[in-house]
Design a protein around this ligand. Structure first.
Ligand code: AMP
Length: 219
């Protein structure tokens, strides 16, 4: 299956992508995760990426496109498909993706748009905490760790992503509205778009998405 998850930051794209990827054995490609790994590595590219991310603005298209195309060219993609999470985010990226897929003789099966209210987004992102050691994700109200600030799984220290602080979240939402929202029409015109509510609980949303796959004969 070849899938794009579209929606504002905080819609739960990453959460759904991980569950879908594990259950259906489809590679998960998250540009945000790739960039955070590069940042952690301390490389020159990582340092440059961190500057964009910490301001809540988009990384330039040429850098993002190069990284995604490289990943899509690997052997597992032809065989197993992919779940793109956080890419494309601009019309230029969407066009580059179309061309790259054409070159690989592949096409998208579905684009899932996770429409989400601002209230949910702010609540989810500003309350999100991540384990420094194992990457497990918590929420201070919805999924709190047993001991404040400490990971239940590995005792690692929990931290808040720099770009999950309220001012940066507001900036990310503004950027989303300016640059990513137009992709909804782009994919609607291509008759690939399915809209779901990103306000739903993880399990409920998963069930809705799974039903779409069944109806489209993708399972
Ligand atoms: P995310 O985890 O998807 O919210 O991504 C975190 C940050 O990485 C974003 O705020 C952007 O700075 C950057 N980023 C991720 N994906 C893209 C993309 N497709 N295009 C440009 N910047 C991106």
């Amino acid at each position: 299956m070849r899938l794009v998850l579209l929606g504002p930051p905080g819609a739960g794209k990453g959460t759904q992508a991980v569950v879908l990827s594990n259950n259906l054995h489809i590679p998960h490609i998250s540009t945000g995760d790739i960039f955070r790994e590069a940042k952690e590595s301390g490389s020159e590219l990582g340092k440059k990426l961190a500057e964009y991310m910490e301001q809540g603005v988009l990384v330039p298209d040429d850098i993002v496109n190069r990284i995604v195309i490289e990943r899509l060219s690997k052997d597992d993609i032809k065989e197993k498909g992919f779940i793109l999470d956080g890419y494309p985010r601009t019309r230029q990226q969407a066009e580059v993706l179309d061309n790259a897929l054409e070159g690989l003789e592949l096409r998208l099966d579905m684009v899932i748009y996770m429409k989400t209210s601002k209230k949910t987004i702010l609540m989810r992102l500003t309350g999100r905490r991540i384990c420094k050691r194992c990457g497990h994700i918590y929420h201070i109200k919805n999924i709190p760790p047993k001991k404040e600030g400490i990971c239940d799984c590995c005792n690692g220290e929990l931290y808040q992503r720099e770009d999950d602080k309220e001012q940066t979240v507001l900036k990310r939402l503004e950027v989303y509205q300016e640059q990513t929202q137009e992709l909804i029409d782009y994919y609607k015109q291509k008759r690939l778009l399915k809209t779901v509510s990103g306000d739903l609980e993880v399990r409920q949303l998963y069930d809705v998405i799974y039903e779409f796959f069944g109806k489209k004969g993708l399972l």
